[in-house]
Design a protein around this ligand. Structure first.
Ligand code: ADP
Length: 315
């Protein structure tokens, strides 16, 4: 096993040598050509860095359309298990077609890189919005949550678990529409007894049953959704401590503070989702029918200014 990689998901863990190797890695060329179609793309700005990928904005030279492109280096850096993970991500993502799922467009490789073309979500992710705003209002949370739920419901109906629902994987496009993305940890849903017991995902949003090695089910994605809702309304994740083991203990005991400043409907919904026993947790349809949604208004759209400042919303 590679010393700097997580044993279950092969993502990079904090290893200083790997960081150095990453900095030394050459960037892909300014112009990238798909040998099969002959189309050429101009590499634009770096959108972000992931486990072993960099994501760039790229523009098709013949149509001027821009995309988000994950660029993964080939060769020594891409050992067999990582390659399998990426191929799994591509195969899974390729077959997803839904308004609230990041659109997969196409992929190709050259000698040096694998390129995955996706729709560009120019307003980045809820993580970016949260970093500036810290807390959102109930109508804004209803707006985003509804779209996450629709995307997630589609995935679950197809028998796919996302397994890494977090603010950074919930993208927002130019029109302020939400798209669930990053299928790097996604997996086909297995029957309860056959689930992989490895711990994977972002520690703060990991569900108690995953920590207790009972495997990740659709309810574990719903737990993470509850953590997303909490973080957006309260301003910090529900199970955040300075020590990871302490965080895990809080998760297993479902020990978190529910501020009384939250609306009573929001408090009820959060506690209906953050249930220790997966079968006691609200389902996606029950969440949509909850009074948090039915008794308050959900905007049809949000102004782009709401990414950085409190919007004035009218029902
Ligand atoms: P990770 O899996 O570690 O989040 P990714 O390789 O999926 O990393 O993405 C790296 C970064 O690229 C993300 O954090 C995000 O900022 C950006 N990104 C990924 N997909 C898109 C997209 N479709 N549109 C805009 N930015 C994106």
């Amino acid at each position: 096993m590679d010393a700097g990689l997580c044993p279950c998901c092969y993502r990079r863990t904090r290893n200083p040598n790997r960081v150095k190797a990453d900095q030394m890695r050459p960037e892909p060329g300014q112009i990238v050509t798909d040998a099969r179609t002959g189309r050429s793309y101009r590499r634009g700005k770096l959108l972000g860095k992931g486990g072993f990928a960099r994501c760039y904005e790229m523009t098709d030279l013949s149509t001027n359309k821009s995309y988000a492109v994950k660029v993964i280096p080939q060769g020594k850096a891409l050992k067999a298990p990582h390659r399998d993970k990426i191929l799994n991500e591509i195969e899974l993502h390729k077959n997803l077609h839904h308004k609230h799922i990041v659109k997969f467009l196409h992929n190709f490789e050259d000698q040096n890189y694998i390129y995955i073309f996706m729709e560009l979500c120019s307003r980045k992710s809820l993580a970016h919005i949260w970093k500036t705003r810290r807390t959102l209002t109930d109508p804004e949370v209803r707006y985003y949550l509804r779209q996450i739920i629709l995307g997630l419901r589609y995935l679950h109906k197809k028998g796919i678990l996302h397994r890494d629902i977090k603010l950074g994987n919930l993208f927002v496009n130019e029109n302020m529409e939400l798209r669930v993305g990053d299928f790097g940890l996604a997996a086909k849903l297995e029957p309860a007894g056959h689930r992989k017991k490895t711990i994977c995902g972002t520690p703060n949003y990991i569900a108690p049953e995953v920590l207790n090695r009972q495997g990740h089910g659709p309810e574990s994605d719903i737990w993470a959704l509850g953590c997303v809702m909490y973080t957006l309304l309260v301003g910090n994740p529900p199970f955040e401590t300075l020590d990871l083991q302490e965080t895990y203990k809080c998760i297993k005991d479902v020990k978190y503070i529910l501020p009384t400043t939250l609306s009573s409907a929001a408090q009820k919904l959060i506690s209906g989702i953050l249930q220790k026993n997966p079968s006691d947790r609200l389902t996606l349809d029950q969440i949509l029918r909850h009074e948090f949604f039915t008794k308050g208004f959900t905007p049809d759209t949000l102004p782009p200014s709401s990414c950085v400042t409190l919007p004035k919303l009218k029902p």
